[in-house]
Design a protein around this ligand. Structure first.
Ligand SMILES: *Cc1c(COP(=O)(O)O)cnc(C)c1O
Length: 432
């Protein structure tokens, strides 16, 4: 390498490692991570991507990023519960609660007496306060775990009756029938894909029946010649045969929401006669990944005492975030779901003006396997389709919707406070 070679001006590793910038980050990053970032910045200069004089600035920037491979993304798809983006974003209160719970916390301790207490009592109480139709609540790791724990507790080695119209694949190849079968309960399928009647349930019940299960087929709709049995109707059959009635709701809505009128909620479902409902914490409830169990005390307590409960228990961070979500104001999820169309149009017009885009009508979606086919009327800014890759890898990363030859930016799920960052990201991606 000649002295004129710009690579000779790249700061040396030992100098960079000894720099105040690296020293300042040493409390958050281990020595190996620091070395990796130093060499990545040097490598960018070696490859000519940046000037040698920029190495320190690039390094400083990378040192300040959160020490995780998970990158924050602005969700410009209009899909509220976006599974690939981690479903529900947490509210500011829930984020505070997660930080507070990160150290030692009294998650299983009664501080006044010093005695051990039940885990996550305050999250449970927050759930019961929001869902008065439930006598008891339990929080587990996720919705699938709630269903597995319920079927194991109620029907292991026995039959669980479920309609063929409710045998759902929830995503990524995971099928509820397989999940239930893995618990050792035998699935007793009744009815047909499009029609199941009350008599189908009544005829299937026998000495081996452990429970009746109703699953909300959250991610698809069967239209046309259809029939299904309501929870209230099933209540009568369940009572007559002294069987527990379990309803897997999926979405975690606690009360009815007129924007998504067909989406069942926990309060109404319990009032209609379900013994137990199961749901996710990070779908329409708008909280952390968690499985919610609500219902009659006897069954929920039995589930809590089952050995499997230990294997699916919620961690303290989720418990803290869930409680804060339940006690907090409108969640980001609910805000996106109910976003005002006129306000979305105004924001879209500002973005379009700054980026030479065009405001077009655009329907958002609930997503996450909820309320399929329900359009959330709004607007998007249409930009050239080839902008999408640059937006995805920009800073901040932006996920647009690519559709019909356009790159569409829907602001429904972008917090208004991020509009300027989003605009800057689009301008940068346009190369202006
Ligand atoms: C999403 C969903 C589940 C699984 O919940 P996770 O929280 O993803 O584990 C189970 N049942 C239904 C009906 C669902 O929609």
């Amino acid at each position: 390498m000649s002295p004129q070679d710009p690579r000779s001006r790249i700061p040396r590793t030992d100098a960079l490692l000894a720099s105040p910038e690296v020293a300042a980050a040493a409390g958050r990053l281990g020595p190996d991570a620091l070395r990796r970032l130093v060499s990545a910045a040097q490598q960018q200069a070696r490859s000519g991507e940046i000037e040698p004089e920029q190495v320190v600035a690039v390094l400083t920037d990378s040192l300040q990023r959160p020490p995780t491979g998970l990158r924050p993304v602005l969700n410009a798809t209009g899909v509220v519960i976006h599974t690939n983006l981690g479903r529900a974003p947490l509210s500011p209160g829930a984020i505070d609660a997660v930080t507070a719970a990160a150290g030692y916390v009294d998650v299983e301790l009664d501080l006044p007496s010093g005695a051990r207490s039940k885990r996550g009592l305050s999250a449970r109480d927050a759930l019961l306060a929001r869902c008065p139709a439930a006598q008891q609540a339990l929080v587990v790791n996720n919705g699938a775990a709630a269903l597995v724990l319920a079927t194991t507790t109620l029907a292991q080695g026995r039959e669980i009756i479920v309609s063929r119209g409710e045998l759902v694949e929830i995503g990524a190849g995971f099928r509820l029938p397989d999940l239930i079968a893995s618990t050792g309960a035998r699935l007793r399928e009744i009815g047909t894909t499009n029609r199941t009647h009350l008599r189908d349930y009544a005829e299937a019940i026998g000495p081996d029946t452990g429970a009746i299960l109703k699953v909300h087929p959250s991610n698809f709709r069967v239209d046309g010649f259809t029939a299904s049995v309501t929870v209230a109707e099933l209540r009568a059959v369940a009572t007559e045969n002294k069987l527990p009635l379990l309803v897997d709701l999926g979405s975690g809505l606690l009360e009815h929401d007129p924007v998504i009128p067909d989406e069942p909620d926990a309060g109404t479902t319990l009032a209609a006669g379900a013994d137990v409902v199961t749901a996710s914490g990070d779908k329409l409830l708008g909280g952390p990944q968690a499985g919610i169990v609500l219902g009659c005390k006897e069954i929920v307590d039995r589930m809590a005492q089952h050995p499997l409960a230990r294997a699916v228990r919620a961690d303290k961070l989720a418990l803290a975030a869930l409680e804060a979500t339940l006690n907090g104001p409108v969640t980001p999820t609910a805000a996106s779901l109910h976003a005002d169309s006129d306000r979305l149009a105004e924001r879209a017009a500002l973005l379009a003006a700054a980026t030479d885009g065009e405001v077009v009508p655009h329907d958002g979606r609930v997503g996450g396997g909820g309320a399929p086919g329900v359009p959330l009327g709004g607007w998007a800014v249409a930009l050239p389709e080839n902008l999408a890759p640059a937006l995805r890898v920009g800073d901040p990363a932006v996920l647009p919707r690519v559709h019909g030859g356009h790159c569409l930016i829907d602001l429904r799920c972008v917090p208004e406070a991020d509009d300027e960052r989003l605009t800057a990201a689009v301008v940068a991606a346009l190369g202006r």
